[in-house]
Design a protein around this ligand. Structure first.
Ligand code: FES
Length: 108
């Protein structure tokens, strides 16, 4: 279990507990955090779980985006940035306690 802070495009931050092994997209959905849709349920088919990993965390995430994730990020509605990830592909790990992700203005 670790804390994840979701920062909305307007700067509003919500911090919730996310179980180890659970992905960051579901962490938002299970806690009614708006701004992450997760339309495909984590199947790498929608990009509505797009987020920007906080700069302070970008280098600490041990698993980089896979080729499929990387390609799908290109279809996200909001601009792609160097820290863009699909939150369904970030799986909580004890080392990620305190993770901060920023949500784009839109997922559609
Ligand atoms: S929930 Fe669809 S790609 Fe992440």
């Amino acid at each position: 279990m670790g804390k994840v802070t979701y920062v909305a495009a307007d700067g509003a931050a919500t911090t919730v507990d996310v179980a180890d092994g659970e992905n960051v997209m579901r962490g938002a959905l299970y806690n009614d955090v708006e701004g992450i849709i997760g339309e495909c349920g984590g199947g790498l088919a929608c990009a509505t779980c797009h987020c920007y990993v906080d700069d302070a965390w970008a280098a600490q995430l041990g698993t980089p985006a896979s080729k499929d994730e990387d390609e799908l990020i290109d279809s996200a509605s909001a601009e792609r940035r160097a820290t863009s990830r699909l939150s369904c592909q970030i799986v909580m790990d004890p080392a990620y306690d305190g993770l901060v992700v920023h949500m784009p203005e839109t997922q559609y």
